[in-house]
Design a protein. Sequence first.
Length: 221
Amino acid sequence: MESVADRTKRVRKIITRLKKAYPDADCLLHYSTPLELLIATIMSAQCTDERVNKTTPAVFAKYATAADYAVAPTDELEALIRSCGTFRNKAKAIKAACTQIAEKHGGEVPRTMDALQGLDGVGRKTANVVLGTVFGVPAIIIDTHAMRLSGRLALASPHNVKQKYADKIEKELAEVVAPKHQTLFSHQLTWHGRFCCKARKPECPRCPIVALCPYPDKTEG
């Protein structure tokens, strides 16, 4: 059983190698303001970043402020985001969150976890994306890729990964990832999961961290 200290040392090595492999690792969602990132992240639930990035230009051109989203006709917003799936629930969440931002936060996206999670339709993952990416707050973002790689790299317990306990996995990673590296590491996991350590067949022969990975089902070619 690897100790927390040993896992911490291994994570530091993983971060160093992934920096070389993905020097531009950052949020894959396109945005220019904190509000745009919040909207894009809500839209990304059960949807690919690529699809969201194809959809958001029309949305962002139509609505500029939280107040714009708050008063937008529901059917109009639904039509714009339909291609991202579960569009009715997402439109409802966007309008609700933006109404609160406009009424309670002066039109500005809040900068704390509690305030962000206080917005309707905003969960911990969405809050961490915003906090870490645009506000510089140390944040561990548990998306599909981070969850899968946390298991393969043995950085989280198999039980938590199998049950998809995102909050528990976040806490386990926080034990071994220094705060100054948490947001970067989150983006690195997303990039590595998308471009190399894929769900169905990880491309282990070309993986830059294969020597640091205990995953028992590595591919050989």
